[in-house]
Design a protein around this ligand. Sequence first.
Ligand code: ADP
Ligand code: MG
Length: 207
Amino acid sequence: MTLTTTRKSDVTWQPLQPRERRWARMGQRPAIAWLTGLSGAGKSTIADAVDRGLTEAGRSTMVLDGDNLRQGLNRDLGFTAADRVENIRRAAEAARLMADAGLVVIVSLISPFRAERAAARAIAGDIPFLEVFIDTPLAVCEARDPKGLYDRARAGKIPNFTGISAPYEAPEAPDLALQTRNQSVMESAQPLIDALLNLSADRPTRA
Ligand SMILES: Nc1ncnc2c1ncn2[C@@H]1O[C@H](COP(=O)(O)OP(=O)(O)O)[C@@H](O)[C@H]1O
Ligand SMILES: [Mg+2]
């Protein structure tokens, strides 16, 4: 097998037209909301509610859901610590591309490690980035168990299961923390809808 490698110094950044021209055409500013929390916390459910709410309000959006990414872009990755790190890096890079194109991007990914969430924020660069903690206690997630995963994890059938056999590092200073216990989905989602509507409002680049 012949391996061809490209040295970083051989790659140059191809300049593109200013992002602001795309954004002005779309009449909105991009943003990234990064939803983190345990399995069953409500990330996908809230991401969908926020996505629909923003669409209704006339925004252009995209959702990057961890489960969906694992069926395509990240299908080669498992759940070891190294693979979770790569899973998050790719999601962050994809979110950044979509945001550069002008979309409001909602990422729902367990993303259990603080360092990787910080790395995702760094990849977002100057794109407004909200770390959103879906703050649902483990016991509530386990009682919900929408996919039957906790049952199987407790039975030792799923290795490296976050909250059971793998760590979850809760955010220490999230931009937003959403409770879901004894709240409707819309009650949980509304603060994030409001924050993203505000961030993505079109502002003229020149006064
Ligand atoms: N306020 C709420 N916000 C989000 N989900 C809720 C809420 N109340 C109950 N749920 C339920 O909790 C479960 C969350 O599952 P899901 O969104 O798939 O979690 P995750 O994507 O974090 O693994 C769903 O069955 C959902 O209907
Ligand atoms: Mg989910």
